[in-house]
Every structure is written in structure tokens, then in C-alpha cells.
Design a protein around this ligand. Sequence first.
Ligand code: 5AD
Ligand code: SF4
Length: 446
Amino acid sequence: MIETKKKVCLRTFGCQMNAYDSKRMAGMLAEMGYAQVAEPEAADLIVLNTCSVRRLAEEKVYSYVGELKRLKREKPWLLIGVGGCVAQQEGDKLLRRLPHLDFVFGPDALNRLPELVTQAAKGKRQALTKLGPPSAPAQIIVPAEPGLRAMVTVMTGCDNFCSYCVVPYVRGRERSRPAGEVLEEVAALVAAGAREITLLGQNVNSYRDPDGGLDFAGLLGRVNDVPELWRIRFTTSHPKDLSPSLIEAMAGLEKVMEQMHLPAQSGSNRMLKAMNRGYTRERYLEQVNLLRQKVPSVALGSDIIVGFPGETRQDFEESLSLLREVRYDFLYSFKYSDRPFTKAGRLENQLEEEVKSERLVELQALQREIGLAEHQAQAGKLEEVLVEGPARHGEGLMSGRTRAGRVVNFPGTPELAESLVMVRITEGRENSLAGELLPAPGAISA
Ligand code: 5AD
Ligand code: SF4
């Protein structure tokens, strides 16, 4: 039989929100008869889901689309579309600057992807970048094989307007999905085989069920009741409104994992103010202490920006000292880059690239030290591990995650994949833990 199925190459840049959106895109395209391929050379349709949160990410998109020109010349029927935040930010400009591009669609036009592809095939070039109304309906699209760990968006957009951030401009105002819809999607993913769900939102603490007023802690309680679901994670929590009820939910709900991403962005009060973050270093530390009191085994993550306009050596050292004080398990650190529409982009005291790079290297070196020490301190502990599959490196090793989200590699056989096992941690390394499997009681198989 001759293979006639159309092929799509879907490339995702950026955050977990985009990874989630890409899964939805893949689902819609599968319904249109598109099979996924990894290489753009083999595709009839190329869709890029883009991120504009930092300048580097945006530049990557332009250079990637630029390279596709050659393919389009070889295969004039090839369709190329750009979605996501760069699409939202640049809109029509993308179509003008890149004549080989067929369509552009912002995050709120995602559900119209099939229509865009059909019209592009008929020669219509267009950019759909209208931000949706507050109650934009979300369609539930569940992939046939979601995998063991899946994501569900509970809210989109952001109302915080941190002075460096483009998100409120490209993702629009905060909108929560009805709890009923979230629960339906979680249940459908679990029925298709998922056992761990990560609930996503730019600021999950602002979640409010539009149909009944349930807050995020309440939503967690409802998700916790979904049968056959084993683990729940969520991201991101804004430190300014991390609520006591959310901390209680993490402490009290068995399926909610002990992991919290609580981006500080800086350790300097002067910078936090200029960033419009809405909390001080002291308040942030109070939140961390409360959380650690109620959930002692919690693993904390953070984002730090170095080189925000006007950041002095002293300000930067306060970020270093915050790292020493909190001792994060996970840290994402970035050089500040100016973004369109933002207040910080218009500030004059921008730092030299070289200074930003030096600070980033210094911060990351400190975090490597802290991360390694924190991992080493795990040695000897007994951990419940959700086994994902064979480890990427090392013969005969299986890999999974602890409740706190740390990666553990341990000697084991492939049938352990997708089950919960108990592992004794034997060694902490920079990015993972090593362990040994404990005998079966308590092990559950999917
Ligand atoms: N420059 C550098 N980092 C940024 N982030 C957001 N905007 C910028 C910017 N203009 C970082 C923040 C945020 C993460 C997703 O990206 O740390 O938490
Ligand atoms: Fe951006 Fe701040 Fe909103 Fe996060 S909370 S998406 S950093 S504006």
C-alpha cells in the first residue's frame, strides 16, 4: 500500500504552557489526517509553537523560520504556520517579513488551527491574533496516548504586569477554566493512561472557577478525588499571593506532591520593587518558612533574573544570598532581556551584556554547589518513586521521580515502568539521585 497520509512537523519552543498547547494542536491535526514526523524535511505542514518571554527565544524562531525558506523552494506545496507568543506579539509583521510563511495564530486562536490549515492550502495567508474574551471556551482534546505524565491548563493569561514580562501582552488577561471542564479533562487523561497530572497556569493562586467560585486549593481537593490518578503537581505559584489554604492543601492532600515552584526573580528589595513583584525579600522568606513548616519535605524551585536594569553588584549579591538562605532544589536563571511593550524595556540604565553573562555564570556556579549538597543530603532516605522508563544513560538502570520531583536512577528491569516503587537513595549527584529498589510491598502497577 502506498503511504498517503499527510505529515506534520510540530516544533515547540518555550514553556510547559506551550508544550500543553502543542499536544492540543497535535490532536486537532491528527483528526485532520496528519501524522506527526520529527524532521521538517519529511513534512507537508510545519507548525511552530513559539515563545517570546526572552529575546533569545524569539530570535531562535526567526532564524528557524528563515531556514525553512529553502524547503519551501524545493516543495512549493509545503505549508508553514507560526503559533504561540511570538505569533501574538508580531502578528501581521511576521507575514510581511517572511513571505514563505502561510499563517500566524496567537494562543487564543489555537482552536482555529484546522480552519487556518485548510484555508492556507487554498492560498489564503492570514494572521489570527485577537485575544479572546474572558470566557473563551476551551475544547477538551485528549491524545490517544498521553503518556504517564500529562498536563492540564487551569488558567491562562496574567494580570500581574511584572515590569520585565511580555506575558500579559501576549497571553492576555487571566482567565480560569471551569472546574468541571478541568476535572473532565483530568479524568479523560487518566482513562487514557496518565497517572500524574501537572496543573498549569501563569499564576495558579489566582484560579477562580467561573462557574462556582472554587479557588485553587479547592480545585486541588477535587482533582485529588479522581480515581486512578496517583500524583498531582502544579505550576506556577506567585509568591505575593501564595495562600495559606494552598499550603494546607499541599500538606493535607495525599496525591499533591511536595514540590513548589515559587519564582523569587531577585533577592534585592530594590529590584523586586522595580520589577513590580508585589513582595519583599522578607515576605518571600516568610512564605518559604511557613511552607517548610507545614510541608517539611517540600522541594523548592525558583526563577532568578540577573542584570535587570539598574541592578548593582550589591543587588546581585542579595540574589546570591537568597540562594544561600533558601537553598533551592531547582533553579532556572536568566539574563534579563528587554521585551516589547514592557516598562523595563523602556528603562535607560540597561546593563552591559558582559556583566549580565558574568553574573549568570556566578549565580549558576553557586546553585550547582547548593543543588549538589541538597542532593547529597538525600542519601539514606526512602522515597516513593514513579518509574518512567529506562534511564537515558547507564545499562540496566531505570529512571523515575520522587514525590518532590527529583530524578532517581536505580538498577531495575523494564517491567517496572509506570509503577510506583520504593527506593532507598544511595547517592546524590548534581542533576539526579542514585538509589536501590526496595522489595515489593506497597508497589502498585499501572
Ligand atoms: N528577561 C529575562 N527573563 C525573563 N523572564 C520573564 N521575562 C524575562 C525577561 N524579560 C523569566 C522570569 C520568569 C520566567 C518564565 O522567565 O524569570 O519567571
Ligand atoms: Fe510574567 Fe510576572 Fe505574570 Fe509571571 S507573574 S507571567 S513573570 S507578568
